[in-house]
Design a protein around this ligand. Structure first.
Ligand code: FES
Ligand SMILES: [Fe+2]
Length: 375
């Protein structure tokens, strides 16, 4: 975001506060509750969105050195990420080509080859089958070269490793990032590292968890004992960048900015800047670090929330400070996720046919319109 945009965003929120109003969409909107509970709907989202969109699977710092590997779920597929000795990152389906055993059970580690505990077929971290006992006698007509691991499209960009599960009909990464790339570049994510990460599973649809982050209507209520007092009541704005969104949530300190210090105004210090990267990633830009949240949808009613604190490389040693920040983010997000689970638990009760989004909750409608358009 350039300097003019930064000041415009601050001015916009200050004007809304001065006018005692909110950032309002045209109308109240609705979203059917079936979109959050239906298995068919979930299968469609998985097949048409998650599998056809470049998804952030990891941060590059999690796979920093040759030989490093990571196990992740991407779009419902078990995925093995490796960095080979040429420095290239590879993504494979984490399944042996013989009888399907999982190639890797450890979450992460460093290995240049993987040997199966079942019949000892051995793969290089570049995906080739390099050894298989008694192969020539037992697998006549097959070539080892045909039995490489199933490779997925994988690219490093803006400090993240992006995996596309199915290329056929998929959005390519350049197109995906066309409108938001400038903002992502400015965050300097390549020069950050993961200081902390946890990944609990919550019993809520992934969209409910995304929606929980993109409105400020709940801040003063749901976060009253944590971050609520630091934010203005129900004051946020949002813009779409293709399928992605940038939301700005106003801190109380913004209203105390003096006009004669305008040159030094820094949005990050007086607002929470939140990027919602379609479909399932949130980047919460704090004044000295970024909370990166991936909503890994497991089923219609279950989501693994992988939350990482990304910090500048050169300040990674400040471990206590980052630990404290990670815990603050975790406690605050848990307040949202408990509510998300509560919402999910009532959706099949018949109490409501639709979710209702107020005019200052327009971001929720905008997000759901993108989801709908991709199905
Ligand atoms: S399933 Fe792994 S070698 Fe047979
Ligand atoms: Fe919240």
């Amino acid at each position: 975001m350039n300097r003019d945009t930064e000041l415009e965003l601050i001015d916009e929120l200050l004007a809304l506060k001065a006018d005692k109003t909110h950032f309002l969409d045209e109308t109240v909107t609705r979203n059917p509750v079936t979109h959050y509970v239906s298995d068919d709907r979930f299968a469609e989202e998985r097949d048409r969105i998650f599998r056809k969109t470049p998804m952030i699977a990891a941060h590059t710092s999690e796979l920093a050195n040759a030989g490093d590997f990571l196990r992740r779920d991407v779009a419902g597929l078990p995925v093995l990420l490796t960095r080979d000795k040429s420095g290239t990152v590879n993504a494979f389906v984490n399944a042996w080509r013989h009888r399907g055993t999982r190639l890797v059970d450890d979450e992460a580690g460093c290995k240049h080859r993987f040997s199966c505990p079942y019949h000892a077929w051995t793969y290089a971290n570049t995906g080739e089958l390099i050894a298989a006992p008694h192969f020539d006698n037992g697998f006549e007509g097959l070539e080892k070269s045909e039995l490489s691991l199933k490779r997925l499209t994988c690219q490093e960009r803006h400090g993240f490793i992006w995996v596309t599960a199915e290329d056929d009909g998929a959005v390519d990464l350049d197109t995906h990032l066309k409108d938001i790339g400038g903002d992502l570049a400015a965050l300097d994510l390549e020069n950050m590292v993961v200081a902390h990460q946890d990944a609990p599973v919550h019993k809520a649809n992934w969209k409910i968890l995304v929606e929980g982050g993109i409105e400020a209507y709940h801040f003063k209520v749901a976060h009253q004992s944590t971050i609520g007092p630091h934010f203005e009541d129900n004051l946020s704005s949002y813009r779409m960048f293709g399928p992605h969104m940038r939301s700005i949530l106003m801190r109380t300190s913004m209203a105390r900015l003096e006009p004669d210090t305008r040159e030094d105004w820094r949005l990050r210090d007086h607002a929470q800047v939140l990027y919602t990267l379609f479909p399932n990633t949130a980047l919460l830009v704090q004044s000295d670090h970024i909370a990166w949240i991936n909503q890994e949808a497991l089923s219609a009613g279950e989501t693994r929330v992988r939350m990482s604190t990304l910090v500048p490389k050169e300040e990674a040693g400040n471990t206590e400070h980052w630990q404290r920040n990670h815990e603050i983010t975790r406690v605050t997000l848990d307040e949202d996720f408990v509510i998300g689970e509560s919402i999910q638990s009532t959706l099949t009760s018949g109490a409501n046919e639709d979710m209702i989004f107020g005019r200052f909750e327009g971001a929720l409608d905008a997000f759901n319109r993108v989801v709908d358009a991709r199905l």
